[in-house]
Design a protein around this ligand. Structure first.
Ligand code: URA
Length: 211
């Protein structure tokens, strides 16, 4: 694993909230609230390199040249459906970001990711893409999404997850060595069904109450 391309965002607030999310008895409502909160905290770290432009403003005391975010920098790309769980919290910090969606399902036998939906902002080539999916497990969906996204030529691609497995990170790094990964935790492993251990179960089911 090349840790120079991986950032573990392990702030105590995130660790605490994540532990509650992992608990199987945590309700769907609580799970969703925590996911919103953690994604805002993740976004704070992921956006550290956003570009600023200076503009002159007047404070009540004097004029000054003040830094503002450069417009139109970011596109959030959600891998359906669980990726949508990370959108609200990130959009709280980046309300002007545009959002693309990639629909993939896992072929149950092989766990290979099959694309069924792809819709990007039309100015994606001038934006940095943050691909969001709470679970980087086998890496198959992540790699397929990144592969599809690269055809739309965003300026750069960063992958943002809540949990990652060592296997998933290795897969992304082998297929897409240019991609930075942000995650709140690297768990122990994936099981034979591609679920993260210890993990938090099926993220989509837990967000939407479809267990
Ligand atoms: N997707 C999930 O929702 N959970 C896992 O553990 C792995 C993939």
């Amino acid at each position: 694993m090349d840790m120079s391309k991986v950032t573990i965002v392990d702030h105590p607030l995130i660790k605490h909230k994540l532990s509650i999310m992992r608990n199987k008895d945590t309700s769907c409502t609580k799970f969703r609230t925590l996911m919103n909160e953690i994604s805002t905290l993740l976004a704070y770290e992921v956006t550290r390199d956003l570009e600023l432009v200076e503009k002159e403003i007047e404070t009540p005391m004097t004029t000054m040249v003040a830094p503002f975010l450069k417009e139109s920098q970011i596109a959030l790309i959600s891998i359906l459906r669980a990726g949508n769980g990370l959108l609200t919290g990130i959009l709280n910090l980046l309300p002007s970001a545009k959002v693309g969606h990639i629909g993939l399902y896992r072929e149950p036998e092989t766990l290979v990711a099959i694309e069924y939906y792809f819709k990007m902002p039309n100015d994606i080539s001038s934006r940095k893409a943050l691909v969001v999916d709470p679970m980087l497990a086998t890496g198959h969906s992540a790699c397929a999404a990144i592969f599809a996204l690269k055809k739309a030529k965003p300026k750069s691609i960063t992958f943002v997850s809540l949990l990652a497995s060592p296997e998933g990170i290795k897969e992304v790094q082998e297929q897409h060595p240019d991609v930075n990964i942000f995650t709140a935790s690297i768990d122990e492993k994936i099981d034979a069904h591609g679920y993260i251990i210890p993990g938090l179960g099926d993220a989509g089911d837990r967000i939407y109450g479809t267990e």
